[in-house]
Design a protein around this ligand. Structure first.
Ligand code: NAD
Ligand code: TYD
Length: 355
């Protein structure tokens, strides 16, 4: 079996759903259920014999050690993190705690468990750390895309905490021999994406007739990948990645934020026209920029293609259409995650940004 952390979140949830659909191997899913974790994402797995959910913190060593001893996983896939840049600006403490201390605790539990295994199981064991392209910092317009050998230059509390966790994972391999793999992926989008991030926020705001808040000039560039493609990359790295290596994962799909929002509006105009007949793009509102906002991310994904034969299956055109359609079909999920704490966050982040 494998142990997943953060499997009630956006990417971890998609990973667990796909894993159970594709493999006959059980998953233990350890998730603290922060505001970003939603059991409704995993509703289709209720009572499923291959999925075992445990609510808990990766920083709780006795819990993690007990889970490892009980279930004896052949791999740990580590998604759990605080993941939203804007929240890291308002309150970095949780990011230091989960992304750095939490990863450190998980590594220590993994090391103790792995050291206790018989040599054949030790050789087969993997610790796969899921990270982000944001650790590399920001690119100027003509710069080449991030490769695995780029220097780390994180700019936000979020990316700095992820960079620190990547360094810990690397050190646990070099110093203790823990068999680790790291993936650094670009921005994901797709089903079950919490509507605090750009794409789902714009979809749910547009459908509610609310302003579409574009930070600054909206010319920041991100490299977007459909979440199921990220999951397939992680499965491939888990299966065949070289120990101690990092793999950049991306969709060769750079888009400005304003282009993204405009495309979402056009899809909604087609699939769910507004009641007043106005185009959704009329809701676009430029608001105060994010402090320290990275201008451009782009991923050079040639290594994972060359070494492991991985390529994304979805184009941005097909992926974005599927995503918008998913949000239109899953209004219950959206309503459920828009709890009181979600409304508090929206108030906190956007009230002070009025253009
Ligand atoms: P998310 O915020 O949607 O989900 C995070 C999950 O981790 C939640 O279910 C939450 O409850 C859980 N969690 C948080 N703290 C925990 C703790 N201390 N113990 C146990 N569980 C805890 O995040 P996501 O977008 O699914 O990202 C997953 C991973 O992928 C993160 O490590 C993130 O850095 C990385 N990543 C994300 C993106 C992206 O575009 N979203 C891109 C590249 C890499
Ligand atoms: P986000 O989805 O938060 O991902 P990240 O910051 O990790 O790349 O934001 C994506 C881009 O969209 C980023 O440049 C910030 C911008 N953005 C807005 O313009 N408005 C918004 O309301 C949000 C949430 C993000």
């Amino acid at each position: 079996m494998i142990l997943i952390t953060g499997g009630a979140g956006f990417i971890g949830g998609n990973f667990v759903l796909d894993w159970v659909g594709l493999n006959n191997e059980p998953v233990v899913n350890l998730d603290k259920l922060t505001y970003a974790g939603n059991l409704q994402t995993l509703q289709s797995l209720q009572g499923h014999p291959l999925h075992h959910f445990v609510q808990g913190d990766i920083a709780d060593r006795s819990l993690v050690s007990a889970l490892l001893a009980e279930h004896r996983p052949r791999a740990i896939v580590h998604f759990a993190a605080e993941s939203h840049v804007d929240r890291s600006i308002h309150g970095p403490g949780e990011f230091i705690q989960t992304n750095i201390i939490g990863t450190y605790n998980l590594l220590e539990c993994a090391r103790a468990y792995w050291s206790s295994l018989p040599s054949s199981e030790q050789a087969a064991f993997r610790f796969l750390h899921v990270s982000t392209d944001e650790v590399y910092g920001s690119l100027a317009p003509g710069d080449p895309a991030f490769s695995e050998s780029n220097a780390y230059e994180p700019n936000s509390p979020y990316s700095a905490s992820k960079a620190a966790s990547d360094h810990l994972v690397r050190a646990w391999h070099h110093t203790y021999g823990l068999p680790v793999l790291t993936t650094n992926c670009s921005n994901n989008y797709g089903p079950f994406h919490f509507p605090e991030k750009l794409i789902p926020l714009m979809i749910v705001n547009a459908l509610a007739g609310k302003p579409l808040p574009v930070y600054g000039d909206g010319q920041q560039v991100r490299d977007w990948l459909y979440v199921k493609d990220h999951c397939s990359a992680i499965r491939r790295v888990l299966e065949a990645g070289r120990l101690g290596e990092t793999y950049n994962v991306g969709g060769w799909n750079e888009q400005t934020n304003l282009d993204i929002v405009t495309r979402i509006c056009a899809l909604l105009d087609e699939l769910s026209p507004s009641a007043d007949g106005k185009p959704y793009a009329s809701l676009i509102t430029h608001v105060a920029d994010r402090p320290g906002h990275d201008r451009r991310y782009a991923i050079d994904a040639r290594k994972i293609q060359r070494e492991l034969g991985w390529l994304p299956a979805e184009t941005f055109k097909t992926g974005l259409r599927k995503t918008v359609a998913w949000y239109l079909d899953n209004t219950d999920w959206v309503r459920n995650v828009q709890s009181g704490s979600y409304r508090d966050w929206v108030q906190k982040n956007y009230a002070e940004r009025q253009a």
